[in-house]
Design a protein around this ligand. Structure first.
Ligand code: SF4
Length: 63
């Protein structure tokens, strides 16, 4: 199990993470980011890609 944290003070809701890990990140109807704080290990590569691509470096893998 992967735990994910997004610093919502940093997040600008650009949505790049949504393209990398669409199972975990999405923009809601108000164009605000929503995400799953826990993900299956099979998502690790996608989450790492989302961490790398986030222009605000707002995403962290906690454990
Ligand atoms: S890529 Fe980063 S700044 Fe953009 S929505 Fe995702 S967490 Fe927020």
């Amino acid at each position: 199990m992967i735990k994910i944290e997004v610093d919502m003070d940093l997040c600008q809701h650009y949505g790049q993470c949504v393209f990398e890990a669409p199972n975990l990140f999405k923009l809601n109807d108000d164009d605000k980011l929503e995400y799953h704080a826990e993900a299956d290990d099979s998502e690790l590569e996608n989450v790492e890609a989302a961490v790398d691509v986030c222009p605000m470096q707002a995403i962290r893998i906690v454990e």
